[in-house]
Design a protein around this ligand. Structure first.
Ligand code: KIV
Ligand code: ZN
Length: 505
């Protein structure tokens, strides 16, 4: 069967999702998990974008070995130099350079003519090839580009040495049939195309990213670009798990294969949603909580008689085997093994903390599920360093009810000094936020607040995610879990403010 390369851009386009910022350590954990998942290429970041991006791409390049590590670069020498600096130590480095080709982008954004765009593209590919033998080129906004000009650009960049030409549906505008035709036309008509792999990169603005990618595969694409859980700019990118499971479940239809290790799909999804703070919608195909849940009696009856009646995929096949894996009798070694299988690499001290919290939870809940374990591990790994905890909570009290004004009183240590903060609000979380704002050393506001009961039930772990915005508008994500909703809320807001303070420094 023809092999389709899977190019994962969770750490680049995915991380561009509003509010999905990852720390350096989280990026490394996700890169390692993507290696286990069996993707062919990781787009590790955009090295010129910031020093943090550069450092993360560099470390990923030096850490993962079994796949290509790619750095993104605009078609500009300084971007390409920086991308190469970041990835040069990778076992298999790749430079991905891009330039817009649609008239609407060239006229309004780049103020360039088509000829100038063509020249920049060719020069960028030549420079990238002088560093690295694996070079990919993307004509951004390809689906709104005049096909004649698009074909000309593709021909010239292949001539210049690009081994992969990626066709981005940057704004998610294409329809499956026309996108399939475009890919077929490229494969049939671009001179020299036999020397390059045709890749596709679809966005989901009209909900068609996966359908467009699959249609492209049917018409000759040899690489698909996608992200775990479909995260990405605006409505996201094509979802890796949906593409992989379509190609697997309907392999007789597509006649192609991938190197994806299906059992790592669910652990990867859990890790990415936990670390990015981007929850997966319940009814999301493949990895949503309801993806394998049968509610209707007639369906339950069928599945009990024979699972094939209503299940076209086996949840265990994608590693979704939520079960009682750890409990109050589990020790550090068992915890380490389970967490390692889920992609978490923790220090001894962190492992001890996770083990203790699992035991505490097992005392209260009958079952400890994969989701609980990932949430606890995520909470522990996201802990701030001691010096970053300028605000420490000692104690808090909340008064609330239908006849009283919700009031929060917090005893805190701020920069080593005892401080008492009092606030009222429309509800207890608002009261906590107002109390903290009144004593915060920097101006902050609560931009978003999400509460999720991790495994359902009234005794479930409460997972609170917040976005704290500082005076200059920078967003800081923070998450805390606890069996008590208000403790989780207070801890998450304090963590967010501490992050804002650390960043200000
Ligand atoms: O969507 C897009 O066009 C991109 C390019 C950089 C490939 O992300
Ligand atoms: Zn994109």
């Amino acid at each position: 069967m023809r092999k389709i390369r899977v190019f994962d851009t969770t750490l680049r386009d995915g991380e561009q999702s509003p509010g999905a910022t990852l720390t350096h350590r989280e990026k490394i954990m996700i890169a390692r998990q993507l290696e286990k998942l069996g993707v062919d290429v990781i787009e590790a970041g955009f090295p010129i974008a910031s020093d943090d991006d550069f450092k993360a791409v560099k470390e990923i390049a030096e850490t993962v070995k079994g796949l290509s590590v790619c750095g993104l670069a605009r078609a500009m020498p300084k971007d390409i130099d920086r991308a190469w600096e970041a990835i040069q130590n990778a076992k298999k480095p790749r430079i991905h350079t891009f330039m817009s080709t649609s008239d609407v982008h060239l006229k309004h954004q780049f103020k360039k003519t088509r000829d100038e765009a063509l020249e920049m593209s060719v020069e960028a590919v030549k420079l990238a090839c002088s560093y690295c033998k694996d070079v990919e080129f993307s004509p951004m906004d390809a689906t709104r580009t005049d096909p004649k000009f698009l074909f000309q650009v593709l021909e010239k960049v292949i001539e210049a040495g690009a081994g992969t030409v990626n066709i981005p549906d940057t704004v998610g505008y294409a329809q499956p049939v026309e996108f399939g035709k475009l890919i077929k036309n490229i494969c049939d008509n671009v001179p020299g195309i036999e020397n390059a792999v045709v890749s596709v990169h679809c966005h989901n603005d009209l909900g068609l990213a996966v359908a467009n990618s699959l249609e492209a595969v049917r018409n000759g694409a040899g690489q698909v670009e996608c992200t775990v859980n479909g995260i990405g700019e605006r409505a996201g990118n094509a979802s890796l798990e949906e593409i992989a499971m379509n190609l697997h479940t309907r392999s007789e239809f597509f006649g192609v294969c991938t190197s994806i290790n299906l059992k790592e799909i669910y652990p990867s999804s859990l890790m990415v949603s936990n670390l990015t703070g981007m929850a997966v919608q319940r009814n999301k195909a493949i990895v949503g909580k309801n993806a394998f849940a049968h509610e209707a009696g007639i369906h339950q009856h069928g599945v009990l008689a024979n699972s094939q009646t209503y299940e076209i995929m086996d949840p265990e096949m994608i590693g979704n085997k939520s079960q009682f894996v750890l409990g109050k009798h589990s020790g550090k070694h068992a915890t380490k093994k389970v967490l390692k299988d889920m992609g978490f690499d923790l220090s001894d001290d962190e492992l001890k903390q996770v083990t203790n919290r699992i035991k505490q939870l097992a005392d209260k809940q009958k079952t400890v599920l994969d989701e609980d374990i990932v949430a606890i591990a995520g909470d522990v790994t996201q802990q701030l360093k001691k010096e970053e905890k300028r605000i420490v909570l000692e104690e808090f009290r909340i008064e609330t009810g239908n006849k009283v004004k919700p009031t929060a009183i917090l005893k805190l240590i701020i920069d080593g000094k005892k401080v008492e903060a009092k606030g009222t609000g429309v509800g207890p979380v608002d009261a906590i936020t107002n109390a903290l704002q009144s004593v915060s050393p920097t101006k902050v506001s609560l931009h978003e607040y999400h509460l999720n009961a991790i495994t359902g039930g009234t005794d479930a772990l409460a997972d609170v995610e917040v976005k704290i915005v500082n005076g200059s508008g920078k967003v800081h994500n923070a998450e805390a879990i606890n069996e008590d909703v208000l403790t989780a809320s207070t801890n998450a807001i304090i963590k967010g403010i501490n992050k804002a303070l650390a960043n200000k420094k």
